[in-house]
Structures are given as C-alpha cells and as structure tokens.
Design a protein around this ligand. Structure first.
Ligand SMILES: Cc1cc2nc3c(=O)[nH]c(=O)nc-3n(C[C@H](O)[C@H](O)[C@H](O)COP(=O)(O)O)c2cc1C
Length: 321
C-alpha cells in the first residue's frame, strides 16, 4: 500500500483517517477503525468531564493496541470544558496523537509540542493551513465545502483547496471533504496530500454507533441531499436535507438570531434523533459524498475495499503511462 509521511509519523497502516464525529467517535468504534489500520480520534466533546474522557481512552486501549488519538475542538460553543483543560487531560492520559479543529491552535502549540505529541490541525481555508504549518503543526488537515460538518464560509471545493494547500505547506497534508473510496484516495495523493480524511463514509459502517434507520436513509440519499445551514451565523455546517434543516434555513432566511436558532442547532437537540434514527429531530451532519454510499459494510470490509480499489486505480494509471 502507499507509505507516506502520514503513515510513518502516526504508525498506521494506511494513509486514511476516519474523520472525528460528534456523538459517534466513541471507544468501540474508534477501536474498530484503529484495528482496521486506519487513523481515528475519540471526540473529546462527547465527554463533559476529564474523568469520563480518561475512561473512554482506557476503554479504547482495552480494545486495540493500534494507534489512535483524541480530537479537541477549539470552537468554544462545541466544548463542555475549555480546550486547555481537555488538552491537559489528553496529555495526562499518555495518548500521543492530538487533533485540534475549529480555531487557531496558536495558544496551545507550546503545550502540545512540549508534550511530544503528534499534532494534527484541521482547517477549511488555505490561509489557515499555511498559518498552522508556520506554527509547526506536525500534520495539517484541510476540508473542502463538500464535507460533512464544518466547511469554511468561502464555498471552495477540495479539488481546489488540496493541491493549493499542498503546494504551500511543508507539513504533510490530509485531504478531506468528498473522499469515500479508493479512486478518490489515489486522487488525493496525486493532488499532493499524504492521506485522506473520510467522515461520512465511515459513518455508514456496521460498527458506527449511528441508528440503522439513519444509515439506511443515507444509503438512499443522493449527492444533492445535503444543505449548508448556519451560514447566517458565520459558522456553516453541512447536514442532511430534512424537514428540520429546511426549518432552520427558513428561520435563517427570516433573520433569526442565534438565541432563536440555538434550540434547533445545539448538539443536545439532535441527540434524540441520533439515537432513534428520526432524522427530523435534530441536525445530522453529512457530506455530499453520501451520493456514493450504497451499503453498510463492516469497517474492515470498507477499508479493504478502499485499499483494493486504490491499488487497482494505481495499476490502471500505470498502464496509461
Ligand atoms: C456526523 C459527523 C459529525 C462530525 N463531527 C465532528 C466533530 O465533532 N469534530 C470535528 O472536528 N469534525 C467533525 N466532523 C467532520 C469530520 O471529522 C470530517 O472532517 C468530515 O466528515 C470529512 O468530510 P466528508 O464528510 O466528506 O468525509 C463530523 C462529520 C460528520 C459527518
């Protein structure tokens, strides 16, 4: 398979990261992904206290001896505790891979590098990738507007962001937003990335703790079935197009304030829907790549399929040369 600085630095088998997912990136799923040779992080935001996060880390360790990390969002509204406390808990746990996202990692860089961690920072604009690189972040991750979760306000696709960022930074780059199979993994490597970040694709696997009805809904939804909500708040989020998100868009169109929108966009409002599969109760983040998702494989089946397809693609391209 493909060896890159990403696989070497993190000690993982494949140049693939499963995107961190709120409510879903919990021990059993994280361990299943790690055991399949793919990089993955626990979402610290799921755990309101340091004790709970440490317990999740220990549970994951009991299920895998492969590398895994912890994702800390630097976006204050998403975090149950201040980022510096979360980061300190991760350092105390001995986990050596930390992914940050959502804001500049500058205030935390010294602490993270002082702890000898591999620091991945995820961003959504080229200027933020260049800044993270300049701050000495070990691996920079960038997501295009296709992605599930939070793209930038600027609406730029991965096809543009990835080669542009790769040309401008020294650190290895992870390409995210719209990647879900072996062909696009090879395309990302061709564009200068050293790994892909696949969130939506791994969400629709048997081990992902996502309701079966929601997985089935995604399988039948085409690439046009997502919308960007919360643009009016300056913090866009790509999610499944449902009655719930249509209502949010309608409210935004009518100039709703943050206070008015909060009951509809807060993670807590969505939790019930995530547990029951009723996608009309809450926001279900999902990327445009859902149009290419046709089944619900195990994590191991998915990874082997991606790898086999990437190898076939490379052979086909070699044949064209
Ligand atoms: C259901 C879901 C939840 C997500 N939650 C988070 C999160 O808590 N923190 C984060 O940094 N990114 C989050 N993301 C973004 C992913 O980590 C990843 O960057 C994105 O899914 C990549 O794009 P793709 O969906 O096209 O594969 C989420 C994505 C999805 C689909």
């Amino acid at each position: 398979m493909f060896k890159t600085r990403f696989t070497e630095m993190l000690g993982v088998e494949y140049p693939i990261q499963c995107g961190t997912m709120m409510w879903l990136s919990k021990p059993e799923f994280v361990a299943a992904v790690a055991n399949a040779g793919v990089m993955n992080c626990i979402a610290a935001a799921i755990y309101p206290t340091g004790e709970e996060l440490l317990e999740a880390i220990e549970q994951t360790r009991a299920l895998t001896d492969k590398p895994f990390g912890v994702n800390v969002s630097l976006f204050p509204a998403l975090m149950p505790r201040p980022p510096e406390e979360m980061i300190q808990t991760v350092i105390d746990s001995g986990v050596k891979i930390l992914e940050t996202a959502g804001r500049s990692p500058q205030p935390y860089r010294e602490t993270i590098s002082g702890a000898g961690m591999v620091h991945i920072h995820k961003c959504a604009r080229i200027r933020d990738a260049v800044k993270a690189d300049g701050l000495g972040v070990d691996i920079v991750s960038i997501v295009g507007t296709e992605c599930g979760g939070h793209p930038s306000m600027e609406g730029v696709t991965s096809l543009i962001l990835v080669p542009s960022a790769a040309a401008r930074i020294k650190a290895p780059l992870i390409a995210g937003g719209g990647f879900g199979n072996g062909r696009t993994l090879v395309a990302a490597l061709a564009m200068g990335a050293e790994a892909v970040n696949m969130g939506s694709r791994f969400m629709v696997t048997q081990e992902c703790p996502y309701d079966q009805a929601a997985k089935d809904k995604i399988v039948e939804t085409p690439e046009t079935g997502t919308v960007l909500i919360m643009k009016s708040l300056g913090s866009p989020s790509r999610a499944l197009r449902t009655r719930w998100t249509e209502k949010i868009l309608e409210m935004e169109g009518q100039g709703a304030t943050l206070e008015e929108l909060v009951p509809f966009i807060t993670g807590k409002a969505g939790l019930a829907g995530w547990q029951t599969g009723n996608v009309d109760e809450g926001v279900f983040p999902a990327g445009q790549v859902i149009g290419q998702i046709d089944d619900v494989p195990t994590v191991a089946e998915l990874v082997q399929r991606i790898v086999a397809e990437a190898e076939e693609t490379k052979t086909r391209l070699d044949g064209l040369a």
